[in-house]
Design a protein around this ligand. Structure first.
Ligand code: ATP
Length: 202
């Protein structure tokens, strides 16, 4: 697809739910979380580089990446964290972009939780933010994942603020309401994106 939309929002805002509604309209989705796993799967150049750098102790018995161990290694070591980001971010960026270009739906959506935080908004033609209050983020995520409120509050605090995210957004979906409200907003935006995609097509 020629026209690329970046879909983002804070934890538990409803990105996946919104993405799936666009998917129902036949729009292809490229999920950053899936790609982030692909670039370190067994046999990948990403995993080989990590093994060379950290040693084979960073692998599990089955040869896959030991994520807990890697998290531990970078948690207290800023230069290791930077090394890892410098390795993985360009790979993730490149893989997302080529997946987007390969897709042949009318437009394509990159679903990226940290779109603004990681500067991936520079890859897309337009950004769409799913917005809810922090209170609702906590309520829905606690219900979904059965984790503590404090844990979710910490993650919210580590992400870009709601105000900053909304300020950067080209378009906003308000996900306070019910799924029916969401569907209506998605369908309206979908029609709009079809016209934008048509005017960008070669
Ligand atoms: P994460 O960043 O954690 O991956 P997300 O932004 O992808 O989350 P979803 O998983 O789509 O968010 O939604 C979070 C939870 O809230 C899910 O359990 C989802 O079913 C629920 N949810 C989403 N939208 C609504 C809504 N309008 N009303 C009620 N529940 C909703």
């Amino acid at each position: 697809a020629e026209f690329i939309l970046g879909l983002t929002g804070g934890i538990g805002s409803g990105k996946t739910t919104v993405a799936n509604l666009f998917g129902e309209q036949g729009i292809e989705l490229v999920d950053a979380d899936v790609i982030a796993r692909e670039v370190v799967e067994p046999g990948s150049t990403g995993l080989k580089a990590i093994e060379t750098h950290f040693g084979s102790g960073i692998l599990q018995a089955d040869g896959s990446l030991d994520r807990a161990k890697l998290r531990e290694r970078i948690f207290t070591n800023e230069s290791e964290r930077l090394w890892l980001n410098n390795l993985l971010h360009p790979m993730i960026r490149q893989t997302m972009l080529s997946a987007a270009k390969k897709s042949d739906s009318d437009y394509v959506i990159l679903v990226v939780p940290l779109l603004f935080e990681n500067g991936l908004d520079s890859l897309v033609d337009r950004t769409l933010v799913v917005d809810i209050s922090p209170e609702l983020q906590i309520q829905r995520t606690v219900k979904r994942d059965n984790v503590s409120e404090a844990q979710i509050a910490n993650i919210i605090a580590s992400q870009i603020s709601r105000e900053e995210r909304l300020q950067k957004a080209d378009d906003i979906i308000d996900n306070r309401g019910e799924i029916a409200d969401l569907r209506e907003q998605v369908n309206r935006l979908h029609q709009y994106y079809l016209t934008l995609a048509a005017s960008k097509a070669p």
